[in-house]
Design a protein around this ligand. Structure first.
Ligand SMILES: *Cc1c(COP(=O)(O)O)cnc(C)c1O
Length: 411
């Protein structure tokens, strides 16, 4: 998170200038203090429940970030066997990891099950195969699709009718048949309706559906509400009201537990909420290009480093850290990739010159994690700021990385 102190931008008390001089550009910078304060806010909002927060590591998978979340008491949410292995390497115990695959082979799910991680199943075919294989020996959680649209963007909403995620609430009779026949034990009920919950009441509607479904399964240990908490991307933007959600959901959860006859644990698995605002992406302005239509700011990065604006039409606020108090002008910020990789149209930014350092805010989630080597470019370095000190946690790539795994043959 950027702060302007004495006319100089800082991230976690370290000046942007020092960071760029030390590590070069482009550069991802993460601040553990922001991760911790987000974690604490969520934990506090649900402090009347036995709440467990599992960091969705697909948002930001640097092993140091995983280790940091482990030290503050989080578990881990994973979507691939490789993420499970990364989590184990970071020191998480298998039972602190939940594995929520979608359209993954039964073979891979079997490997995860035998590693002892919590298994979340989102398909009746897999549930049946898993039941035949493991019977009552390994319990599983069920990922339900409550058919509720959480946010505005259909590509990041996973609860709608056409979604490939989850087992429909209308398939519960079939699920019961599989459970009765294979004796498989259901230990959790889960939903993840996708990013950007705009409305607490929509979330609560989905929660009620989940509670109703949960009543069918008498041996539950936890209810998992996934994630999708919205964070503010624009200065005037709003975020999910966690305090309000905490108050209202706690009330309903307690009532559900009373009816159910037992206190269950309450799980969440946020990615974006925990790391989005903790991350800043710093780039250098290569060129200004005046055309008949606009003034382009061309930076030393592109869709290869931060693809969210091109993929989801995501907004990332951009600040000119070199010129904090300049006159604002209107720019179109683009990358150097040979594609139309526009970061932002018609953006008001403090007067930009070639060589200036721009900062993309909210770059912690799905930034580096989605980066590629397209155009044979190197992926950026990553820096972690922890207790006022900065640490290089991933070196900038080199030509060796581009050529790694390529096999030159005689032609
Ligand atoms: C991606 C994902 C999350 C995290 O979503 P955010 O919007 O980043 O909070 C949580 N659970 C599952 C199953 C996911 O696939």
């Amino acid at each position: 998170m950027l702060k302007l102190v004495d006319n100089e931008y800082q991230i976690g008390k370290v000046s942007v200038n020092e960071l760029t001089k030390t590590y070069g550009l482009p550069l991802y910078v993460y601040d553990t203090a922001v991760m911790k304060s987000q974690y604490d806010k969520l934990k506090k909002a649900f402090s009347n429940c036995d709440v467990h927060i599992n960091f969705a590591c697909k948002a930001l998978n640097n092993i140091n970030v995983l280790k940091f979340f482990k030290t503050i008491g989080a578990g881990l949410d994973t979507v691939s066997i490789q993420e499970v292995m990364l989590g184990l390497k970071a020191g998480f115990k298998p039972d602190q990891i939940i594995y929520t695959p979608n359209c993954v082979s039964m073979h891979e799910i079997g490997i995860a099950a035998e590693m002892g991680v919590k298994i979340n199943i989102d398909n009746t075919s897999i549930l049946e195969q898993f039941g035949h294989e493991y019977g009552n020996k390994i319990p599983v959680c069920l990922r339900i699709n409550p058919h509720i649209m959480a946010g505005g963007n259909i590509n990041i909403s996973t609860g709608h009718i056409d979604s490939k995620f989850g087992i429909s609430i209308h398939q519960m009779r079939h699920v019961e048949r599989i459970v009765e026949t294979t004796k498989i034990k259901i230990n959790g009920i889960h939903m993840h309706t996708g990013s950007d919950i705009l409305d607490v009441d929509v979330f609560l509607r989905a929660a009620d559906i989940l509670f109703e479904t949960a009543q069918r399964f008498p041996k539950l240990e936890f209810i998992d509400f996934g994630s999708g908490f919205k964070v503010a991307y624009k200065p005037e933007d709003y975020s999910t009201n966690i305090e309000e959600l905490g108050k209202k959901l706690t009330e309903r959860f307690k009532e559900f537990c009373r009816n159910y006859g037992r206190e269950l644990a309450l799980h969440f698995e946020p990615g974006k909420y925990l790391v989005s605002e903790a991350g800043t992406f710093l780039v250098k302005v290569n060129v200004l290009k005046q055309t008949t239509a606009t003034v382009f700011v061309g930076v030393d990065s592109g869709m290869n480093h931060l693809i969210r604006p091109m993929l989801y039409n995501a907004y990332h606020h951009i600040i000119n850290t070199t010129n904090p108090k300049g006159t604002p002008r209107i720019y179109t910020v683009v990358g150097y990739i040979c594609e139309t990789d526009t970061f932002a149209w018609d953006r008001k930014i403090s007067d930009v010159s070639e060589g200036d350092v721009l900062a993309f805010q909210n770059a912690g989630a799905y930034g580096f994690a989605m980066a590629s080597n397209y155009n044979s470019r190197f992926r950026p370095a990553e820096v972690l700021i922890h207790k006022g000190k900065h640490h290089l946690i991933r070196q900038r790539e080199t030509m060796d990385d581009i050529l790694k795994n390529q096999i030159e043959v005689e032609l």
